[in-house]
Design a protein around this ligand. Structure first.
Ligand code: 13P
Ligand code: SF4
Length: 336
């Protein structure tokens, strides 16, 4: 492709969020991505909610904590982040000298969007004695206003690292916050945010499914609402849920989280049955529309043309890094 055409295509990234180039349909994308990894010394990090093809070409698939840890320690020159914006942004915060690209820049997160930094800043100012623990599903602006970041796999130990009488604001996920309040006995002040995917599960339909599958266990992500968590047999991060299905001896599971995780569950335990928990309407709402903006084609293009790229203001990056470092230190001490 000549420089002018590439420039035009790159300008298009600003409008559309991804590189819009017609690909030769005979191109073997799997082989092309492997070639680019070597040529560019690139690593592909993917979240479990990515489509199966992307998971299959990834060098590492993980939950938010695992992905942040991998991003921090990688020696590759380019991080190709197959996930949503806050995840790629976290990788850039941890690795400012590396190029971080994402297949679709518009892959956002409803939970992150529910907490705009200017509003949160005012909220925080109203509670000056409170420490701030923020779930990693937030923007760099929120991270910069936080004392420590957590993910669903370390939220409990992060919150328990504070003295019991320390008042805490937890943002942005009210469901994860309420769950952590319940299991730790803390009474954190919760920001009123939620994930559009995890709040869609229907308690009534799950209950009906459980009647039809009496031996199935319900496993749920802590971003689900309290009534679903209350009847769950196991609650955990995506990695936690996957590991549970590998070590547990049940044959059937109803899975209350985004459907992408089923790919690894079925690969790891081909003899077991995994039933996606049903949403409260007939849409495919348990597919995250943001995560699913990424595709294998876009992954290939972002590697080939090294765009869209994550770039950020250095002052903001430094402020957002502190609470992430604190999370990584506490997690490492706890053996996570
Ligand atoms: P984890 O993979 O860390 O459990 O997070 C789930 C999620 O919703 C990511 O957006
Ligand atoms: Fe955000 Fe929910 Fe999608 Fe995760 S599943 S990226 S929390 S909208």
């Amino acid at each position: 492709m000549d420089a002018v055409t590439l420039d035009k295509a790159r300008n298009n990234v600003e409008k559309k969020g991804f590189l819009d180039i017609d690909l030769d349909p005979t191109l073997d994308l799997f082989a092309a991505i492997e070639r680019l990894k070597k040529e560019k010394n690139a690593i592909v990090l993917a979240h479990y909610y990515q489509e199966p093809d992307i998971q299959d070409v990834a060098d590492y698939i993980g939950d938010s904590l695992g992905l942040a840890q991998q991003a921090e320690k990688t020696e590759s020159d380019m991080i190709v982040f197959a996930g949503v914006h806050f995840m790629a942004e976290t990788a850039k915060i941890l690795n400012p000298t590396k190029k971080v690209v994402i297949p679709d820049l518009k892959a956002g997160c409803s939970l992150s969007d529910s907490c705009p930094p200017p509003l949160f800043k005012k909220f925080k100012e109203q509670h000056p004695d409170h420490a701030v623990v923020s779930y990693i599903n937030c923007s760099a602006g929120i991270k910069a206003l936080s004392d420590v970041i957590c993910t669903s796999s370390n939220a409990r130990i992060i919150v328990e690292s504070f003295p019991e009488d320390q008042p805490i604001i937890f943002a942005p996920d009210k469901n994860l916050g309420a769950y952590i309040n319940k299991i730790t006995g803390h009474n954190m002040l919760l920001w009123n945010g939620a994930c559009m995917v995890h709040e869609i599960f229907s308690l009534e339909k799950i209950t009906r499914l459980k009647v039809r599958h009496p031996n199935a266990k319900l496993i749920a992500h802590p971003e689900c609402e309290e009534p679903v968590l209350r009847i769950a047999d196991f609650i955990g991060s995506t990695t936690g849920l996957l590991k549970y299905t590998q070590s547990d001896n049940t044959q059937e599971y109803i899975v209350a989280t985004e459907t992408g995780i089923l790919h690894q569950m079925m690969k790891a335990s081909p003899d077991k049955t995994f039933i996606p928990a049903p949403p409260n309407n007939s849409c495919a709402c348990n597919d995250c529309p943001h995560m699913k903006l990424n595709s294998l084609e876009k992954l290939y293009l972002c590697m080939e043309y090294e765009t869209p790229e994550i770039n950020m203001d250095e002052e903001l990056r430094l402020a957002a890094r502190k609470p992430i470092d604190r999370m990584l230190e506490i997690s490492a001490k706890a053996g996570l």
